[in-house]
Design a protein around this ligand. Structure first.
Ligand SMILES: Cc1ncc(COP(=O)(O)O)c(C=O)c1O
Length: 359
């Protein structure tokens, strides 16, 4: 049996019931799941591609790969060859399987941030490798590690790693032959700071050697239900991943590939969605502050990383008594024990309800 952690959300069920007992219903801000409509042009592209009897390509259609490369160039100043784009069945799939796909295994450490999306740890365990959470690569000493995850903007903290910091991580990894996988699923959601990709020339000096950037359409385009993302970067690494993924049947359905291409080609819907989140964040943040919560980091992404100084589970309870459900910070690592993560992914009506309840 693989030693996996308990699925943390199950521990939240009693507090979810408490929040649900509020007479005006729960405001669930514990998960980052999109609630706004799938853009019409994306639904149309899915429908138009629905007559799809044959097997899709694991490498994806040229149309999808060109759209992904075009989006990276247009929005993020990153140039990749479309041959080096590989579609994903949502980015969580790659986070969970990348160590395995790269052949990382027992006796090796997979490194990820101290406060992090739990699936980096799971991916290390699925490969039989050792999960290692640290924000200080120097703590590894001279040890060679095969894989380092970075995540900017961060889930859960909303922190952005500046280009200078990322440059140092790249230099460190290149000296030791480590692969850096950069989870960039919130890259379009910078507020006070602008996130930069690991593949940007200011970070990597123009060479993508040893680097992978992982992207998701879930948040940008409200496509969490479609399962659509992609990975790109070092051509040799992408080729290796493609070979294994072909054998393993890790194929994005054809209609979803068509929908993802339409989403990546269009910026209008993403700008509209960004504006919705900006407004919700602008309403919720001062309401939390007025109620005694301090917001740390949170300069990008979909979460407010908040603390009123108490233990995270007491804070979750305090909010649940007002009918608001937040995620306890210790879901993301012991360093989160005095924070809660509050998502801005609820409808305008529910965010207004939360603001009223905090007053
Ligand atoms: C940091 C991070 N990475 C990856 C994912 C997975 O996203 P998806 O599988 O929908 O692309 C999430 C989802 O919330 C996330 O927060």
């Amino acid at each position: 049996m693989i030693d996996l952690p308990d699925f943390p959300w199950d521990r939240l069920t009693p507090l979810k019931e408490l929040a649900g007992s509020h007479p005006e219903g729960i405001v669930d801000l514990s998960v980052g799941t999109p609630v706004d409509p799938v853009p019409a042009l994306v639904r149309q592209a899915l429908a138009d591609a629905s007559d799809s009897p044959g097997y899709p390509l694991t490498h994806g259609t040229e149309r999808l790969r060109a759209a992904a490369a075009g989006w990276l160039r247009r929005r993020h100043g990153v140039t990749v060859d479309q041959a080096d784009v590989l579609p994903l069945i949502g980015s969580k799939e790659l986070v969970a399987w990348l160590p395995t796909l790269l052949g990382v295994g027992p006796g090796q450490r997979v490194v990820f941030p101290e406060l992090a999306y739990p699936t980096y740890d799971v991916g290390a365990r699925l490969a039989g490798a050792e999960p290692y959470a640290t924000d200080g690569l120097l703590s590894l000493g001279p040890e060679r590690v095969p894989l380092v995850w970075v995540n900017s903007p961060s889930n859960p903290t909303g922190k952005v790693l500046p280009a200078e910091h990322l440059r140092k991580v790249v230099a460190w990894a290149r000296e030791r032959g480590a692969v850096i996988a950069s989870d960039e699923c919130y890259i379009e959601l910078g507020w006070e700071e602008r996130p930069v990709s690991i593949l940007h020339p200011d970070v990597c000096g123009g060479s993508h050697e040893g680097l992978l950037a992982v992207h998701s359409l879930s948040k940008r385009s409200n496509l969490a239900g479609y399962r659509a993302g992609f990975v790109t970067g070092d051509p040799a690494l992408v080729r290796r991943l493609l070979e294994v993924r072909k054998h393993a049947g890790m194929i994005v359905p054809g209609p979803v590939q068509a929908a993802a291409a339409a989403a990546l080609d269009d910026d209008g819907h993403a700008d509209e969605q960004r504006a919705r989140y900006a407004a919700r964040r602008a309403a919720l943040r001062p309401a939390l502050e007025a109620a005694g919560w301090k917001i740390d980091h949170s300069v990008a992404g979909l979460y407010l990383w908040a603390s009123n100084g108490a233990d995270c589970w007491s804070q979750v309870r305090e909010l649940a008594e007002k009918g608001i459900l937040a995620a306890p910070g210790d879901f993301y690592g012991p360093a989160g024990a005095s924070h809660v993560r509050i998502a801005v992914t609820a409808t305008d009506e529910r965010i207004s309800a939360a603001v009223r309840r905090l007053q």
